[in-house]
Design a protein. Structure first.
Length: 286
């Protein structure tokens, strides 16, 4: 019998996950009510779409433990293609338009900080956290991504909704993968509600920050946002290599090399389709 059925530590973990999920959802509801009341309707939509995509994907991930890795490849690939294209088309011109040199330095800073945070984040695996490590990392990333989205839309409200939706497109695959691993270890899928709500709460809170009029400062900020999102997008590019997350999701039967070779085709096709989807969306709203 598991801990959950016998009233052991599993019950405490289950109730804690549901408590955190319920509380974070309530905070999101309050934050989005404020956003709607102050005319931040785009952030209202982005917050709830990110929340819904992560929640639904997490629910599916909990019920498909050990499922076909093709779904993981396509989820990651579509999100990565959409994010790379969106960052290049919507964010990079904004950064360079503020200040060509400082915008470029901001991009470099964002890429390096993103890499550093991701690499040093591995230290979380050695800490005794009240939350699953993968979900803790996902929550930290969701809050930071939401904060950047809020700063961007708070200072440039004329930006279209397509940018925000493309940026949060990776939340679904991220939620699916995190809960799939968490549920495989006996965790409860409702823990995903914490990072799912974190995107919108952080975005709405940071949208009230006004950047200085200085082109250099705004160039660094927008360049930094571009670099961070490019790093995240590239991190989501499906890796069909031995030892990768995709490889770990394969069943033990069959030739792993042959399976990974076939999945590489899906990886390329999915990233291309994600990029094309953003292009088609842009042609509709442009």
């Amino acid at each position: 019998m598991s801990d959950i059925s016998t009233g052991g530590p599993g019950v405490h973990l289950l109730s804690r996950s549901r408590l955190l999920g319920g509380a974070s959802t309530a905070v999101l509801a309050g934050a989005t009510a404020l956003a709607f009341a102050t005319g931040r309707t785009k952030l209202f939509g982005i917050a709830w779409i990110a929340f819904a995509s992560m929640t639904v994907a997490g629910w599916v991930g909990a019920r498909t433990v050990g499922a076909n890795p093709r779904a993981l490849v396509w989820g990651y690939g579509l999100a990565a293609g959409a994010m790379i294209t969106s960052a290049a088309v919507f964010l990079l011109p904004q950064a360079m338009g503020q200040h060509p040199a400082f915008g470029g330095f901001g991009v470099a800073l964002g890429l390096l900080v993103g890499y550093g945070a991701h690499t040093l984040g591995h230290r979380l695996s050695h800490m005794d956290l009240p939350l699953d490590r993968s979900l803790a990392e996902l929550t930290a990333h969701a809050v930071s991504a939401g904060a950047i989205i809020g700063i961007i839309y708070g200072n440039m409200p004329e930006l279209g909704l397509l940018l925000g939706l493309s940026i949060v497109s990776h939340k679904g695959p991220a939620g699916y993968a995190a809960v799939n691993r968490f549920a495989g270890r006996g965790g409860d899928w409702t823990a995903i509600l914490l990072p799912a709500a974190g995107v919108g709460v952080a975005a709405i809170a940071s949208s009230f920050l006004s950047l200085p009029a200085s082109g250099a400062i705004r160039g660094v900020v927008f360049g930094f946002a571009t670099g961070v999102f490019l790093h995240v997008a590239m991190d989501f590019l499906p890796e069909c290599e031995i030892g990768s997350e995709v490889h770990d999701s394969l069943s033990h039967g069959g030739d792993a090399h042959a399976l990974l070779d076939r999945l590489r085709v899906h990886a390329v096709a999915s990233t291309a389709l994600g990029a094309v989807a953003v292009f088609l969306g842009w042609t509709v709203v442009a």
